[in-house]
Design a protein around this ligand. Structure first.
Ligand code: ZN
Length: 390
């Protein structure tokens, strides 16, 4: 593995209703840079003229991180990217029959010709050209072979294999990525970009990393189109804890990055989200608390301090008398005269009652706000037509 590509500022922002300000994007970029992420895909070419101010600023503040921009495989647009202060281009070539024929209305031969022309025309440019094989997991094998061979022949530095609509699962990832890596044969750098429609993007990406892919792609908290992408924090911890591969990323900063992105995107980190959620280091059930107090590794695969978090032991419905006593013994509460059963019954009633009132209100408000946000365009349209009288 040579480095992680983060797509949050491009793909994460493509989520409906998410629109970062320039300052918010710079904040996230600065943290990604500090964390040790190798490359940030910061925007899509031509998305909005205001985005260009951000690109300029980004090039001014960045230190180690390489800045990339995504662009369609259209010569004019690629030329436009060369005028921007970025280090790399992610040139998107749809490679599956449905994308080539239905979306682009092209033939396979024409697409290969386009790849040849683009690589021949721009090979002398100083910026790194990453060839992105969109929907590669649904591509025809012979076509993918030709596509990869041309990329190698015309000296593209990197090619990325995308699972655009999540058709991969672990065994299929192993087979397809292995056969594709054989086509690459070490003659070109490789990367993957996997989607999460079935909750498998982290697993699939880890398999690809284990097989030797150079550049895995991620987004913070996994935010991205539809069900999102492999999440930065899960890939970093998975690499280190499961694969024994150094991700080259500072784990202690991951929570801060996730928290900022939560505020800026409005996408709440689910409480049970691995690594950065509320619950991975919070324990309630009596059996778990008992184990944790004897040796934390009985029930904790990740040491909270490694990721800048603290362990929390709480009393609730599943504590049991022993669990309660275990927790209370570390406090100055005198448990001798305490009616433990009465205390637990009262607490359970309160827990149910609080959820019904407060948490339900918050959930309704959150969903209501997103409903309004996704329909904001209608309100703006109305405002404009009122003003113009049309
Ligand atoms: Zn994507």
């Amino acid at each position: 593995m040579k480095g992680i590509i983060d797509n949050t500022l491009r793909e994460g922002e493509q989520l409906p209703g998410v629109a970062f300000t320039c300052k918010e994007k710079l904040d996230i970029l600065e943290l990604l840079d500090r964390s040790g992420i190798a490359i940030a895909d910061i925007t899509m070419f031509g998305v909005h003229e205001r985005e260009m101010d951000f690109v300029e600023e980004a090039s001014r503040i960045k230190k180690r991180i390489q800045l990339g921009i995504s662009v369609r495989a259209i010569e004019k647009e690629i030329e436009g990217c060369f005028k921007l202060p970025v280090d790399e281009l992610f040139i998107i070539f749809p490679v599956s029959p449905i994308h080539i024929r239905k979306k682009l209305n092209l033939t396979e031969e024409k697409l290969l010709e386009r790849l040849k022309n683009i690589l021949a025309s721009f090979s002398k440019e100083k910026k790194k050209l990453n060839i992105v094989a969109e929907d590669a997991s649904r591509a025809d094998t012979d076509f993918m072979k030709k596509f990869t061979e041309i990329s190698i022949e015309l000296k593209a530095p990197t090619i990325l294999f995308c699972d655009t609509v999540s058709v991969l699962y672990p065994r299929k990832t192993y087979e397809l990525v292995k056969s594709w890596l054989d086509m690459c044969a070490g003659n070109i750098e490789t990367g993957v970009h996997f989607h999460n429609d079935f909750g498998l993007s982290t697993a699939n990406t880890l398999i690809a990393i284990e097989m030797g892919v150079d550049y895995p792609s991620v987004t913070i908290s996994g935010i991205g189109e539809r069900g999102g992408n492999a999440s930065l924090e899960e890939i970093v911890l998975g690499m280190e804890n499961l694969l024994g591969i150094d991700p080259g990323v500072d784990k202690k900063i991951l929570q801060l990055i996730a928290d900022k992105t939560e505020r800026y995107s409005g996408i709440i980190i689910s409480p049970n989200k691995p690594i950065t959620g509320l619950f991975p280091y919070t324990h309630e059930s009596g059996i778990h608390v008992d184990g944790i107090m004897k040796d934390a590794s009985t029930y904790e695969p990740i040491n909270p301090e490694d990721v800048g978090r603290k362990r929390q032991l709480v009393i609730g419905k599943h504590s049991g008398i022993k669990g309660m006593l275990n927790i209370l013994k570390n406090t100055d509460v005198n448990t001798v005269d305490l009616d433990l059963n009465g205390f637990l019954s009262k607490l359970i009633l309160k827990l149910v009652d609080t959820r019904r009132k407060k948490i339900n209100r918050l959930i309704n408000a959150y969903h209501g706000e997103w409903g309004r946000r996704l329909n904001l365009w209608k309100a703006v349209l109305e405002e404009i037509s009122k003003r113009t009288g049309k």
